[in-house]
Design a protein around this ligand. Structure first.
Ligand code: SAH
Length: 352
């Protein structure tokens, strides 16, 4: 691949204001930005020659100075349940995965924000591969362009985007913010904030800043009701312990009727006892927080075991009787290793 050595300016990943200042600095008309951004983010076009409202001459000039990066999906896998997994090869040979989850009238895309992850949560396959690098806004938004174009081809619309793929989005807040702006904007994907979810292990200063800036939804990986267990599972807990985490979740500004999601990975014999559910209920009491239970999805990198069906149901019942809205996340795409925590695209395309 030569994409990373291409000297032309990549327009993909730029917000509209960024494109406007690019065009005006270049001595072109400001409105060019609006024209081009529509093609890139609403029509998912990657070739200037398809931008039919631009003169042939201007298209020629554009393609000498600019490009629209497009790391094609190197592999597309389709699960028996309709879930799709895409493997993208990036310009420097790294790769990441995204998962499209169709569910009734929703088409939810789970996207990656980093190649690997530095947080080293003990149950997560991405964590096991370590941190390789941050993704650029171009690479992040490309996942949505690719999926939206594929959906458009069959008359469907991308309805939700969740930052629950590889990486910790709030450890790459600058590039993730650019992508979010494009997802929410009129010139972009026009997604309502409630349909864009940032999932975080709890990087608190960045979480507060992101919540100030964008009306997006938040999901926080709580995963344990006590610091001893949480620190064991998630080293980041030593920096931002549970009490501060829950307090920060309670401070997220919410529109009426909305809640913050607490994600909770259930690991057999580790955090799935009824006492754990009671402790979690006490932590969340009175907060506008709902719980998303995620039965552990096994993979080679982790020695944990999935909870029994009974343990999951019992856990949920305890929370429900404490008045806490709780759902169990259905496992999707398990046959193509697309389920939560199973994404692990390694350099060279080898799988662990
Ligand atoms: N770094 C972000 C987003 C990626 S993980 C975060 O921590 O939220 C998305 C969700 O998958 C998190 O709630 C995480 O706890 C969960 N998860 C990770 N590995 C898992 C596994 N093997 N089985 C089930 N859920 C897992």
């Amino acid at each position: 691949m030569t994409a990373d050595r291409d000297p032309r300016t990549d327009l993909k990943g730029m917000t509209l204001p960024e494109m406007e200042s690019f065009f005006t600095r270049w001595g072109k008309e400001r409105y060019r930005a609006r024209q081009v951004s529509r093609w890139v983010y609403r029509k998912y076009v990657e070739d200037f020659d398809m931008m039919t409202d631009l003169s042939r001459e201007f298209r020629g000039v554009l393609s000498e100075v600019c490009r629209i990066s497009a790391s094609g999906a190197e592999r597309v896998e389709v699960s028996a349940d309709g879930t799709e997994k895409y493997l993208f090869r990036l310009g420097d040979g790294e790769s990441v995965e995204s998962v499209l989850i169709p569910d009734e009238d929703r088409r939810t895309l789970c996207i990656s924000s980093q190649v690997g992850c530095a947080l080293a949560c003990g149950f997560c396959a991405t964590g096991a591969m370590g941190f390789r690098r941050n993704m650029t806004s171009a690479e992040i938004i490309h996942q949505a362009c690719f999926a939206a174009r594929r959906l458009a081809g069959r008359g469907e619309l991308l309805s939700n985007v969740v930052f629950m793929g590889m990486g910790e989005p709030l450890r790459n807040a600058a590039e993730v913010s650019r992508a979010i702006e494009i997802l929410l904007s009129q010139y972009g994907f026009v997604l309502p904030g409630k349909r864009v979810t940032v999932s975080t292990a709890g990087i608190l200063p960045e979480m507060a800043a992101m919540a100030e800036r964008f009306p997006v939804s938040f999901a926080v990986s709580v995963n344990a009701p006590r610091d001893e267990i949480r620190s064991l599972l998630m080293p980041v807990n030593r920096k931002y312990p549970l009490r501060e985490l829950i307090a920060a979740m309670r401070r997220i500004p919410l529109q009426s009727g909305r809640k913050v999601t607490a994600e909770y990975v259930l690991l057999q014999g580790v955090n799935d006892a009824p006492g754990d559910a009671e402790a979690l209920a006490r932590l969340l009491q009175g907060a506008r927080i709902k719980v998303n239970l995620i039965p552990f999805n096994p993979h080679e990198e982790a020695a944990y075991r999935a909870p029994s069906r009974e343990a999951v149901d019992r856990f949920r019942t305890v929370l429900l009787s404490a008045g806490i809205q709780t759902i169990t996340r259905e496992r999707r795409g398990g046959d193509i290793r697309a389920a939560c925590g199973q994404l692990r695209a390694a350099c060279g395309g080898k799988r662990g």
